[in-house]
Design a protein around this ligand. Structure first.
Ligand SMILES: [Zn+2]
Length: 130
């Protein structure tokens, strides 16, 4: 019997978190490998404040993708890391408020804008295993 994927697959509302959650799971499983891990209990993630990844969706995709692995049922704890800019004029780095990204001024010299040093990154900080 032919099944049309268009009618059987539920289309997720957000696809954004899926590839990122996949890569997080890959990192977790690689760390767990060969370490006699029965089960991954908690995974602590650091995600930049500028990223628009939503915690709820990451957890949802994680639950889905990790089914049948040692990370199945693991709880994600997500810590948001600050946005850090480097001034292009004087080289000072400073923390920026996410709500004011269009209007950044270096606190050291008053120059506008700069280069984003961090704020969009994501990584696995640590994990608790059994
Ligand atoms: Zn400056």
């Amino acid at each position: 019997m032919a099944v049309s994927p268009g009618t059987t697959n539920r289309v997720p509302i957000r696809m954004h978190e899926l590839p990122i959650t996949e890569s997080i799971l890959r990192v977790v499983l690689r760390h767990a490998e060969g370490q006699n891990v029965r089960r991954v209990v908690t995974i602590r993630l650091r995600i930049g404040r500028l990223s628009d990844l939503e915690d709820e969706w990451i957890q949802r995709y994680f639950d889905y993708l990790s089914a049948g692995t040692v990370a199945e049922g693991a709880r994600l704890e997500i810590e948001r890391t600050p946005v850090v800019m480097r001034c292009s004029a004087c080289g000072a780095s400073y923390e920026a408020e996410t709500g004011r990204m269009g209007d950044l001024v270096c606190p050291a010299c008053g120059e506008r804008g700069g280069t984003l040093l961090s704020g969009r990154e994501y990584h696995v900080k640590e994990m608790e295993v059994q």
